[in-house]
Each structure stands twice: as structure tokens, then as C-alpha cells.
Design a protein around this ligand. Structure first.
Ligand code: NDP
Length: 455
């Protein structure tokens, strides 16, 4: 039987082996999910609301253990893992508070005596999720979908199998009926057959462009709805009148959170020439304060990366950019210690054609692109195949808003760090994917907006 390992990124040591599900085991999960579907879809909204509140309580009660599990499998700082669990509880509370309002029928005037939209669940959603926020990414997708009356089958990333099983257990502990949320321990080459299966009605994927293309192609072949949340190369634009203290503080937080492994991290710092030297000097000072170390130690400020292959790709991107003329201000090397650490890195004078300009840089590497003026800054911000998020920093709120409206991406924050928030729609355009998670739009993605017309 095929197995997968969980490996501790801070040490490189294997933690535990897990058997992948056999064909028969996958069949049983699909059958059970299909059988439990109609009962779940017909449960009252009050009933689902109570379960979401219970889930939030279970998360808060188990926060310590869950955070340690996250850190042991994918390496993030323990404080960040605890915040991730808090955020999962928040999204449960949010849809417990708002779900009934979002799912209410919408009356529409027409030639009928009464016409309206009724929102009904699609069925069983296959959620293919990544390791970088192994609980939050799952909750962001699953909680609105479950509130809407769908079931979830989770195919989690292969490096976080313990998290995958703990997630299923959480729903059980919170009192959800069996088979409403199930984890499948399978490899990605088992996914195609599952998407094709009649017992699956739609697919949500968060991950790489490559996985997105493959999953969307299969789902397209079987005419199943998809939501794709793929990579990003978010611009962080510092204009001449930006408040430098605030801007640099946000820059460091946004780039180095989760060891830089976030789809909405600031990946390209586009800075006007007139303030570039000051920005870089201050950012450099802040970067030098980052301390690599054991992510379970609350004093550590730079965690390892999640996998060795991801660190190798990052190092190639950095080295390739330096070879092509980028200036290394600091970092650019693999520290001499066990685990998948990468030195906090700052690259200046990054230009088109360099990997650090053209590709998503998924790790603790700050990339500065200098711009001659605001128009050039906007052109550079939009000069990417990605379109997830972005931010602009200026004391002139109107200028910031105009800039935000001109950026080609799913969200722009003016004088704020890009973040996901249950109250606001989240998702991208271009190669960052399509569809929206969270907020009103997120709960409607996996629903049939059914028109009812009565004479
Ligand atoms: P992947 O896209 O390979 O993995 C994400 C999820 O998709 C995992 O569950 C994975 O399963 C699954 N998957 C991968 N390929 C397929 C496929 N062909 N069919 C079905 N499922 C598939 O990302 P990586 O972990 O390899 O990371 C690579 C890069 O992707 C990162 O460097 C980053 O650029 C981007 N990324 C973006 C994320 C985001 O938040 N948007 C999150 C993670 C990565 P399995 O693990 O079993 O392969």
C-alpha cells in the first residue's frame, strides 16, 4: 500500500507515515458522502448555525494542540499557527451570524405575481487544498459551503496528512453528522477519477497554476463548476509621500509572514526612485533582525520553509536573478543547519526577464523594483500574469484610491496590508484564478441560484 510521510521542516526528520486510501476506501467515502447529502441539505439553517458555533468552540479549546500540529508538519512559527486557528474560529462565527441572511430568498419584480431567487446547495464539493495555511485554507472554503448545505471531501496536500485527519476529527467533535466533512488521504494522481465521479458536483482548488490548469481541465471535461485560488505576485507600491514608518513595518510583515509562503504576500515592492534608498535601507535593517530558529520557540522570527523542493526552487529564482543583474542587499543563501531554512533576503534593482520579476517568489525574499514615476509604478504593478491582490502606500487617500482602481487584481488595500477577511470577497483574476471565497459572494459560489416564477 502506498504511504506518505509527514516531515518536520525545522529538522528534516520524518514524523509519521500514513497509508494512502485504497480504491475501496475512496469508494466508501464517496458513497457515504452521497448518502448523507440530502439529510444535511434539509437540516434547518438554525441547525447548521448551532454546529458552526460549536465548531468555533472546539477550535478555541484545542488551539494549543492544533497549532503544534501545524508547526510540526509545515514549519510555521507557533504564534502564527495559533493565529490561524483563531481565524478559523472567526469564519465559523461570521457565517453563524450572517449565513441565514445570505441564504434568504431574494425577491425580484417581474411579470409574475411573485418571483424570486432561491439559493440551493450543489451537493458534494471536492476541496483540494495546500499546506501553507493548512487549517485556514480549508475553513475558508468549507465553512460557507457547509453553511450553504453542501458536503465537503477534502484532498489535502501530501505534506500535511496529520492536519487532514485532525480536520475531519474536529467536525466530528463539534457534532456534525458523519460524512459531511471527510478527508481523503490520496495522491494528486487519484484526483482526476474523483472529479469525474458522479458523486462529486463541484471542485475548489487552492494551489499552483499547474494544479489549477489540470483540475480545471478535468472539471471542464465533466462540466463541473470550479473555484480556483492560485498564486499571486502582489505589488506593494510605495509612492513618494508614503509614511515610511508605517510602510516599512507593513512591508516586513506582509513579506515575511509564514516565511513568505502566502499567496497574498507582498511579492514585488515597487518603489518610486525618490524614496527607494530610504525604503531599502529601512527594510534592510528590519530584515537583519529576523532570527531563524525553532518555530516552536516564541522568540524565533523566521521559520523554515515547508519543503526542501520549494526551498530549492526559491534559491534558483534568487540566484538566477542575481546572475542577471539584481543586486543582493542581504541573504541569498541556505543557512548551514538542518531543516529547510532560507536566509531572509533582499534583492534590489530587479528588472523584467529576471525570475524575481516574472515568477511568483514563494519564500522569505523581498524584491525591490524601482520606478521613475507613478505612471511607471502602475505599469509595473500590472506587468504580471497574476492578479490576486496589491497595496498602495501614500498620504493622499484620493490618489491611493485612484491607483487602487487602476490595478488589475482581485483586491487592493490603500495604506493597509493585503489580508483575507471573512467579511470581504477574496479571489483573483488572470492566472491567479477565478471565483470568490468568503463574504456573501463566497457562500453563493457553490449554490444553484434558482429562479422561481409564480403566475
Ligand atoms: P500544488 O499546487 O502542487 O499543491 C496544492 C494542492 O493541489 C495539494 O493538495 C496538491 O496535492 C494538489 N495537486 C497538485 N497537483 C495536482 C493535480 N494535478 N491534480 C489535483 N491536485 C493536485 O502546490 P505546491 O505545494 O507544489 O506548491 C508549488 C507552488 O504553488 C508554490 O511555490 C506557490 O507558488 C504555489 N502555491 C500557492 C498557494 C496559494 O495559497 N495560492 C498554496 C500553495 C502553493 P499533493 O500535495 O498531493 O501534490
Amino acid at each position: 500500500m502506498a504511504i506518505i510521510h509527514a516531515t518536520n521542516p525545522a529538522t528534516g526528520e520524518k514524523i509519521k507515515c500514513y497509508d494512502l486510501f485504497s480504491h475501496d476506501a475512496v469508494e466508501a467515502v464517496l458513497d457515504n458522502s452521497a448518502r448523507s447529502r440530502s439529510e444535511w441539505a434539509s437540516l434547518s439553517l438554525d441547525g447548521r448555525t448551532v454546529l458552526l458555533r460549536s465548531l468555533a468552540n472546539v477550535l478555541r479549546t484545542q488551539k494549543k494542540n492544533l497549532a503544534e500540529l501545524i508547526t510540526s508538519e509545515m514549519g510555521k512559527l507557533i504564534g502564527e499557527a495559533q493565529s490561524e486557528i483563531d481565524k478559523c474560529a472567526w469564519v465559523c462565527d461570521y457565517y453563524a451570524d450572517k449565513g441565514q441572511q445570505f441564504l434568504a430568498d431574494t425577491p425580484i419584480e417581474s411579470d409574475a405575481s411573485y418571483s424570486y431567487i432561491a439559493y440551493q446547495p450543489l451537493g458534494t464539493i471536492l476541496a483540494i487544498m495546500p499546506w501553507n495555511f493548512p487549517f485556514w485554507q480549508v475553513f475558508r472554503c468549507a465553512v460557507p459551503a457547509l453553511m450553504a448545505g453542501n458536503n465537503i471531501l477534502l484532498k489535502h496536500a501530501s505534506n500535511v496528512p496529520g492536519c487532514a485527519l485532525a480536520l475531519e476529527q474536529l467536525f466530528q467533535t463539534a457534532g456534525f453528522p458523519s460524512h459531511i466533512f471527510s478527508s481523503l488521504l490520496i495522491s494528486s494522481n487519484q484526483v482526476e477519477a474523483i472529479i469525474a465521479d458522479k458523486r462529486i458536483h463541484a471542485v475548489s482548488l487552492t494551489g499552483s497554476e499547474k494544479a489549477g490548469r489540470s483540475v480545471a481541465a478535468t472539471a471542464g471535461q465533466y462540466l463541473k463548476k470550479t473555484v480556483l485560488e492560485l498564486g499571486g505576485s502582489d505589488a506593494f507600491v510605495a509612492l513618494e509621500d508614503a509614511d515610511m514608518d508605517e510602510t516599512v513595518m507593513a512591508a516586513i510583515q506582509s513579506r515575511f509572514l509564514n516565511s513568505g509562503q502566502s499567496c497574498i504576500a507582498a511579492k514585488r515592492f515597487i518603489v518610486l526612485n525618490s524614496v527607494a534608498d530610504e525604503f531599502i535601507e529601512r527594510l534592510h535593517m528590519a530584515i537583519e533582525k529576523r532570527q531563524v530558529g525553532d518555530p516552536l520557540n516564541p522568540e524565533t522570527t523566521l521559520a523554515p520553509m515547508a519543503r526542501e523542493d520549494l526551498r530549492d526552487i526559491l534559491h534558483q529564482q534568487v540566484s538566477g536573478s542575481i546572475d542577471q543583474g539584481a543586486v543582493k542587499v542581504t541573504g541569498g543563501k541556505i543557512p548551514c543547519r538542518p531543516g529547510w531554512f532560507y536566509a531572509a533576503t533582499l534583492l534590489d534593482h530587479v528588472k523584467p526577464g529576471m525570475p524575481a520579476y516574472d515568477e511568483e517568489v514563494f519564500g522569505p525574499v523581498a524584491v525591490v523594483i524601482r520606478a521613475t514615476d507613478e505612471q511607471a509604478a502602475l505599469r509595473i504593478a500590472n506587468d504580471t500574469r497574476f492578479g490576486l491582490g496589491g497595496s498602495v502606500w501614500t498620504k493622499d487617500a484620493q490618489k491611493g484610491e485612484n491607483f487602487a482602481r487602476a490595478m488589475d487584481c482581485g483586491c487592493v488595500y490603500v495604506n493597509g496590508m493585503v489580508k483575507s477577511d471573512p467579511r470581504l470577497p477574496f479571489g483573483g483574476i488572470k492566472h491567479s484564478g477565478y471565483g470568490r471565497e468568503l463574504s456573501l459572494l463566497g457562500i453563493r459560489e457553490f449554490m444553484n441560484a434558482k429562479t422561481i416564477w409564480i403566475k
